[in-house]
Design a protein around this ligand. Structure first.
Ligand code: NDP
Ligand code: GDR
Length: 323
């Protein structure tokens, strides 16, 4: 039985990855930080199958002690301050979590057992003001937020520890991936939750920022499969994971209203400067041909299916909360 240690297990991706690893009969250990409220909502159904250890990406001693105690075969580093707008409000903290946190985990691996395989959750935000389209593993980085800058550090320190110390360390450059478990501050979930509220008469409008930004949106359940595949290869490498399709926020809004049976969506959408960013990533579209070729990975859920899945889940949740 293999053991996997997952940081960020209470997040969207952590919950899908835990399901995947448990189905593959792993012993799954999740690192969580101490909070005064319960943050296990996304993994409540797995709570008896996961072992929990208390640690924080800010605290080297806790990470090293956990790796020493758990002795994992694989570590998936999903924990991060992952909301882009917050990274302008808390740039130093974002750097501590999202950038230096990666080095702390890598240092723990080096100190305890260099044969542990490591996955780093890198991001398409690193491409930022894109140099070419579509973006692939060789596209230069030009991050546009403190978050993106921190992720570039996380990517390169992963590559550097692979090259300096021979660690099996992979950087997965994942494009946006969504699900009914997505945090409600991210645009897709904000839209599907807002549309469901409008449909049920619980809200009258949906306030959004830049509707012209374009993203390559996939389903989180498909993307965690790529994370696992990266750690099962002969050699460690870096991979772009994306659908290859791009849609604007406006298109997502239209599709979400349509999925709820509302045609005239423009009536409900209010553009609010409060949600416009100091610097924007205008267009992302990924070329995942390396992952398709080397890992045999491909996405299964398309754009419309994803939108419908999220709208239906929000309608169902809000309806059952009313009865
Ligand atoms: P979420 O924001 O849903 O989850 C983040 C997780 O990190 C939570 O479990 C959170 O714990 C944990 N965390 C935050 N700070 C710390 C800390 N200091 N110590 C320990 N744990 C911490 O993110 P996603 O699941 O969406 O994303 C997973 C990873 O993938 C992130 O690194 C993100 O940046 C990256 N990524 C995500 C993409 C996406 O589209 N979803 C695309 C590309 C990369 P708590 O519950 O306590 O807050
Ligand atoms: P992103 O996701 O910044 O791409 O980062 P988010 O869903 O927050 O924004 C996507 C695009 O939508 C535009 N937008 C809005 N965004 C939010 N959150 N709220 C709004 O009201 C709104 N209106 C328009 C944004 O300007 C942006 O262009 C996500 C995170 O999961 C990162 O952690 C991850 O690395 C990247 O995806 C890939």
């Amino acid at each position: 039985m293999k053991t996997a240690l997952v940081t960020g297990i209470t997040g969207q991706d952590g919950s899908y990855l835990a399901e995947l690893l448990l189905a593959k009969r792993y012993r799954v250990v999740g690192m969580t930080r101490r909070t005064s409220t319960d943050v296990h909502e996304r993994i409540r159904h797995l709570i008896d199958d996961i072992e929990f250890v208390s640690g924080d990406l800010l605290d080297q001693a806790s990470i090293t002690a956990i790796v020493e105690r758990v002795r994992p075969n694989e570590i998936y580093n999903l924990a991060a301050q992952s909301f882009v707008p917050t990274s302008w409000d808390q740039p130093v903290l974002t750097g501590e979590f999202t950038a230096l946190g990666v080095t702390r985990v890598l240092e723990a691996i080096r100190a305890v057992d260099p044969s542990i395989r490591f996955y780093q959750a890198s991001s398409s935000e690193m491409f930022g003001k894109v140099h070419e389209s579509p973006q692939c593993e060789t596209t230069p980085f030009y991050p546009r937020s403190p978050y993106g800058v921190a992720k570039v550090y996380g990517h390169w320190i992963t590559v550097n520890y692979r090259e300096s110390y021979g660690l099996y360390a992979c950087s997965g450059i994942l494009f946006n991936h969504e699900s009914p478990r997505r945090g409600k501050e991210f645009v897709t979930r904000k839209i599907t939750d807002g549309v469901a509220r409008i449909k049920l008469g619980l809200a009258q409008e949906l306030r959004l920022g830049n509707l012209d930004a374009k993203r390559d949106w996939g389903f989180a359940g498909d993307y965690v499969e790529a994370m696992w595949l990266m750690l099962q290869q002969e050699r460690a490498d870096d991979y772009v994971v994306a659908t290859g399709e791009t849609h604007s926020v406006r298109e997502f809004v239209r599709a979400a209203f349509e999925a709820a049976g509302i045609e005239d969506f423009e009536r409900y959408v209010v553009t609010d400067p409060a949600f416009v960013r100091p610097a924007e990533v205008d267009l992302l579209v990924g070329d995942a041909s390396k992952a398709r070729r080397a890992l045999g990975w491909e996405p299964h859920v398309g754009f419309n299916e994803l939108v419908e899945m999220m709208v239906n889940a929000d309608l169902k949740r809000l309806q059952s909360a009313r009865v």
